[in-house]
Design a binder for this molecule. Structure first.
Ligand SMILES: *Cc1c(COP(=O)(O)O)cnc(C)c1O
Length: 350
């Protein structure tokens, strides 16, 4: 706290990201990064951008990447918005698309950045409890609201909501924007982008950080009705005209074009996930059904915080949240087969 801080800054409660340890020999299963590297074609495209052209500003509209995303999903370029990571895309959606006279709805157990954006933009929210099986019940969202947002699959549970359930939520709130945060959709879910032409109140966000293994590049996107996209563009052009640099535009476009590498690496993660789930269950863990690149598990006889601390002593880091309802769970990212083996070995020893 300093006398130079504005009253607004004094009240902010920022998001706390998962640890990025300086020790590189740790088995890092705490922030849902992809264990496989980015597409070699994406890396080559980025290397091709490291030249004298970096003295020039990038294309403010990132048209090359917009076109690649539009082609990939079979939508028009004016239905696509791009940002510096999907966190930035989400921030603009909070700022530009959620109303302030009624509360924003999101699940009580969900991405912990949502309440932070509510604080930053002065949005009231109402956390809607997941049911006893930690699932979203669409009927619970059929009440007055200034917007709705949820990750699908949900984070940190990994549980997937079917498209017909999403449609139920969209139909019940035709006058509110519903944001489906699909950070993990490529690990076993079906994207709601197929619904954007029928629901002008639907905005789907995605990231290249997880399934395309480019967390370090910072690229995220949204797909929705051109009117929603225009609102996001208005905010972007009032904040930072160049959220994506030349390297990011080229690398992300190449990553979308390299379908084969993308599909192969997603499948490797899915296969490993199923294996790790089986191994954890054999050790007595209860594991929520996951459609993501992480799993959410608890052990009936071991305190989750203590388990996380002991795993760390063995060189494996996983994520533990202090939130009441999930305090006995661990969120474990799926790693390479070697990393997963280190996790299972560490847990077996404990
Ligand atoms: C990782 C994640 C994001 C943010 O991704 P970036 O594109 O890296 O900013 C958004 N939502 C959820 C639920 C996530 O887990």
């Amino acid at each position: 706290m300093s006398k130079f801080w504005s009253p607004f800054v004094k009240e902010l409660v920022p998001y706390v990201p998962g640890e990025q340890p300086k020790l590189t020999k740790l088995v890092k299963l705490n922030t849902n990064e992809n264990p496989y590297g980015p597409s070699p074609k994406a890396l080559a495209a980025m290397q091709g951008e490291i030249n004298d052209n970096l003295r020039l500003y990038p294309d403010p509209n990132s048209d090359l990447l917009k076109q690649a995303v539009a082609e990939y999903y079979g939508v028009q370029a004016n239905q696509v918005f791009l940002g510096n990571g999907s966190d930035e895309v989400l921030a603009h959606a909070f700022n530009g698309l959620f109303q302030h006279d009624k509360p924003l709805l999101f699940p009580d157990i969900s991405y912990s950045f949502y309440p932070v954006y509510c604080g930053l933009y002065g949005i009231e929210f109402d956390a809607v409890p997941l049911d006893k099986q930690f699932q979203i019940q669409p009927a619970d969202y059929a009440k007055p609201n200034g917007g709705i947002i949820f990750p699908n699959p949900n984070a940190p549970t990994g549980c997937l909501l079917a498209l017909d359930a999403i449609e139920q939520i969209l139909k019940a709130s035709p006058d509110s924007v519903v944001v489906v945060d699909e950070a993990y959709i490529d690990f076993g879910g079906e994207t709601a982008i197929s619904l954007v032409d029928r629901y002008p109140n639907l905005l789907v966000t995605q990231t290249l950080s997880k399934s395309r293994s480019l967390a370090g590049l910072r690229v995220g996107l949204a797909v929705g009705h051109p009117d929603l996209i225009e609102a996001l563009e208005r905010i972007k052009n009032s904040f930072n005209s160049y959220p994506l640099d030349r390297i990011a535009i080229a690398g992300a476009a190449a990553a979308f074009e390299d379908r084969e590498y993308f599909e192969q690496t997603c499948q490797l993660v899915i296969d490993s996930r199923e294996q790790v789930v089986g191994q954890l269950q054999a050790l007595g863990f209860e594991v929520l059904p996951s459609a993501a690149n992480f799993i959410f598990a608890r052990h009936p006889e071991h305190d989750a915080a203590a388990l996380a601390a002991k795993l760390r002593e063995q060189g494996v880091i996983v994520r533990h949240f202090k939130q009441l309802r999930i305090a006995q769970f661990l969120r474990i990212s799926i790693g390479t087969p070697e990393q997963n083996a280190a996790l299972i070995e560490g847990l077996s020893d404990i």
